[in-house]
Design a protein around this ligand. Structure first.
Ligand code: ADP
Length: 432
């Protein structure tokens, strides 16, 4: 028997964009990485893959569901031979007193028969740091950062030891900055001491990359680590030091891309609106605007968008189809149709256009909007994404195999406020 190729890291992410963020950092750290959407139902070739990130939707769902889905992902990742497991959640520790971070971490520890794990949400380059167990966003405590108003998981306490203690029956401890300053050996000893006292979860301070490096070194042999994508960038160097990684010079290398170029945007976030405006300034005839109030009338506007895109693609010219609109327009559509219906109409139209135009030969697709990306990926029947080069922080190019197609689709999925102003044009230069 024996496993032919073991993956080094198996990660379980509690949402889609968080999964991509982690996968992107793993590639930057030097690992070849695949993101899978949900637990794969069939065998996947992992012969040239070092890390797999399973994207779940378990951040805000009922606890039982989050635990069951996470355990299913764990089982699958262990079958692939993962040496270490990583439970990825948001760097703002998005959760409620019910969960899901505590219950999922407890369930994973139990399934792994492990005694202890670490909680490392910090992502210093994005301004998320932890000091004396307190999470900061920039120079504000978490509960004063805007996150206290989050619609699904309002974060009203920055003390993560206290936050987590409300989510788990087990003891929660702290590894503070003063300890990390003594290095990885001292930190490991501290973890053991805490384990001896029955501490199951250790919240870890981290103010900068050096702290994350110390933590990665101290935890590389733990069966399970948990945290944000900052720790994800620090771990590959430790795997390399263990001799677990092949020497790879271009972990984000993708197959050559081909086919037409298309941008679909359903995001109304401020950064996206600026990206749409920038694209239209560069390609005044390159954009087609969809409007929910027209889409609700019937097929006509979608058909016009399709004809527009086909014409542009036949001229090898870049195309942008967008529903992105300023807050007033969005409010007007929502007032008339309801928030859900307006969103659904846009997501359906953009997804159907993606399916038709990819069949027509689009080979490089950029989608703006988290929900919009989810809808497009699901309509295209995509379940695995090979992670390529980063375009802008947190947004890599990816490649997805498509049923019946020889060449994979090159896909960039950008959520809300990510990306520089020229993202819609520069992304394709990165790919070229
Ligand atoms: P972001 O990542 O910026 O939050 P999402 O795609 O997650 O973007 O969410 C944007 C939502 O707004 C989607 O459900 C989309 O369908 C919807 N939407 C897009 N354009 C409009 C519009 N003009 N009017 C109303 N809703 C819109």
């Amino acid at each position: 028997m024996g496993i032919e190729k073991r993956i080094v890291l198996g990660a379980i992410a509690d949402d889609f964009t968080g999964a991509t963020d982690l996968a992107n950092n793993l590639v930057r750290g030097g690992m070849r990485c695949l993101q899978v959407i949900g637990v794969p139902q069939q065998a996947i070739d992992l012969s040239d893959i070092d890390a797999v990130v399973v994207a779940l939707k378990s951040r805000s769902c009922p606890v039982d569901e989050a635990v069951a889905d996470s355990l299913a992902a764990l089982t699958w990742l262990r079958e692939q031979g993962a040496r270490q497991l990583f439970f990825k959640y948001c760097s703002t520790f998005d959760s409620t007193d019910q969960g899901n971070i505590g219950p999922v971490a407890d369930a994973l520890l139990e399934a792994l028969n492990a005694q202890q794990t670490v909680m490392v949400p910090a992502f210093p380059v994005n301004g998320r740091t932890v000091y004396q167990g307190h999470l900061f966003v920039g120079d504000r405590l978490l509960n004063d950062s805007g996150m206290q108003h989050h619609p699904l998981n309002p974060m009203q306490d920055a003390d993560l030891v206290r936050v987590l203690s409300r989510q788990t029956p087990y003891s929660v401890g702290l590894a503070n900055r003063a300890l990390l300053a003594q290095g990885a050996d001292a930190t490991r000893t501290h973890f053991s001491t805490l384990a001896g006292q029955g501490v199951r979860h250790v919240v870890c301070d981290s103010l900068d990359e050096q702290d994350l490096d110390v933590l990665a070194e101290a935890t590389v042999l733990m069966p399970l680590v948990t945290g944000g994508s900052g720790l994800g960038q620090a771990l590959p160097a430790q795997y390399r030091a263990q001799g677990w990684l092949d020497a790879i010079t271009e972990p984000g290398r993708l197959s050559p891309s081909s086919g037409g170029t298309l941008v679909l945007s359903g995001s109304c976030s401020r950064a996206t609106l600026a990206q749409v405006a920038d694209f239209l300034a560069k390609h005044p005839d390159g954009g087609f605007a969809l409007e929910p109030l027209s889409l609700v009338e019937g097929e006509q506007q979608q058909q016009q968008a399709l004809a527009f895109a086909r014409q542009r693609l036949s001229e090898h010219a870049p195309v942008l189809i967008y529903a992105s609109a300023d807050p007033e327009k969005v409010k007007a559509a929502q007032a008339s149709l309801g928030v859900e219906r307006a969103g659904y109409l846009v997501e359906t139209a953009l997804s159907q256009l993606a399916v038709t135009l990819v069949k027509d030969g689009v080979g490089r697709l950029l989608v703006a909007g988290g929900e919009t990306s989810g809808a497009v990926v699901s309509a295209l029947g995509i379940s695995t994404l090979r992670i390529g080069e980063q375009i802008d922080p947190g947004v890599p190019w990816t490649q997805a195999p498509l049923a019946g197609c020889e060449t994979p689709l090159s896909l960039a999925l950008k959520s809300g406020n990510f990306g520089g102003v020229d993202f819609f044009t520069r992304a394709f230069e990165v790919l070229a």
